[in-house]
Design a protein around this ligand. Structure first.
Ligand SMILES: Cc1cc2nc3c(=O)[nH]c(=O)nc-3n(C[C@H](O)[C@H](O)[C@H](O)COP(=O)(O)O)c2cc1C
Length: 221
């Protein structure tokens, strides 16, 4: 019994889906912070993600899982933690089965195509299948959509996912933490994403309320 409890408490696996939406930096920063915090990252990048990467970063994501692991590690400059990459077409991978336990799944960034396919339960590649598994198992599925503007179809598909239990956390940064760099903007979104999994990445200063008596506070009252 004790060893069973130990085994359950050891589960630190997180499924990470990277689809073909703009904003590959969101994926890179997510991998970096998860590895730094000793989570086991089970990563699948869609076929289109590889093309979007080429457009944004002028390089190639290798299809071979071992080479891909090396690739992501170089991108996020992180050697620690456990990272396992799966080929987009490998529907026999661990995360394709409900019997493989995870803490949840994050799709970041999430294209409207992937939103639509998950909402319809298509499971036509590993990313979609893993997302489908998280919904059917009642596990946490966090969708980070990136598109603008949204069409009515996009909004309906996002609504369908929210109704099915997914959390929708758009890649929309805030400004009140006074970002100075692109990473500051990206990290704000990442923190809000992993908050949904009760993972505190502790990389940005959180809002603690206005300072009472701050200069100019009552100027307009
Ligand atoms: C450079 C580039 C940027 C793209 N950005 C987005 C985006 O931000 N959001 C989106 O929904 N689709 C975007 N697309 C289109 C998707 O990649 C395309 O719909 C693709 O079929 C999505 O496949 P996937 O969802 O399986 O990854 C982009 C495509 C390219 C080439």
């Amino acid at each position: 019994m004790e060893s069973l409890i130990n085994k359950m408490s050891e589960n630190r696996a997180i499924a990470l889906g990277v689809s073909g939406a703009s904003g590959m930096i969101y994926a890179v920063r997510s991998i970096k912070f998860l590895l730094q915090n000793n989570y086991n990252v089970e990563l699948v990048a869609s076929k289109s993600a590889i093309m979007v990467w080429q457009s944004e970063n002028l390089g190639n994501i290798p299809a071979n899982p071992r080479q891909q692991e090396q690739f992501w590690r170089e991108q996020c400059q992180e050697n620690g933690g456990k990272l396992r990459c799966h080929q987009w077409s490998d529907i026999g991978a661990n995360i394709a089965s409900g019997s493989f336990r995870t803490l949840g799944m994050v799709v970041i960034p999430c294209s409207m195509s992937t939103v639509a396919k998950i909402a319809q339960g298509l499971s036509s590649d590993l990313l979609e299948r893993a997302a489908d598994v998280h919904l059917k198992e009642g596990r946490k599925l966090i969708i980070v959509p990136r598109e603008t503007p949204f069409s009515l179809i996009h909004l309906r598909n996002l609504t369908a996912l929210a109704e099915a239990g997914a959390r929708i956390v758009p890649a929309i940064p805030a400004w009140y933490h006074q970002p100075l760099t692109i990473e500051d903007l990206v990290d704000f979104v990442i923190v809000r994403v992993f908050d949904q999994l009760d993972i505190d990445l502790d990389i940005i200063k959180r809002w603690e309320g206005r300072v009472v008596g701050a200069k100019g506070e009552d100027e307009h009252e």
